[in-house]
Design a protein around this ligand. Structure first.
Ligand SMILES: [Zn+2]
Length: 75
């Protein structure tokens, strides 16, 4: 897994959970390099990463529209 913000592979698993209603397994990561946080979604034969809130210097917020785009582009 690489950080979607800076591309560093030095990311840490923070927690994970399942979303049974939509069929996704989600892992929340924190980047040790830039402090960015993101979620990795896997399920239904596809997987993708999305930003999930602020890092130490990041301004990326979680947007529902980004989720829809991510699902569409991963299809
Ligand atoms: Zn990073």
């Amino acid at each position: 897994m690489k950080c979607p913000y800076c591309g560093s592979p030095d990311v840490e698993k923070v927690r994970k959970w399942d979303m049974p209603r939509v069929g996704y397994h989600v892992v929340h990561y924190a980047c040790r390099n830039c402090g960015g946080r993101f979620n990795h979604y896997a399920g239904r034969g596809r997987e993708f990463a999305l930003g999930a809130g602020l890092g130490k210097r990041g301004q990326q917020g979680f947007a529902p529209s980004a989720l829809q785009v991510g699902i569409a582009s991963a299809a």
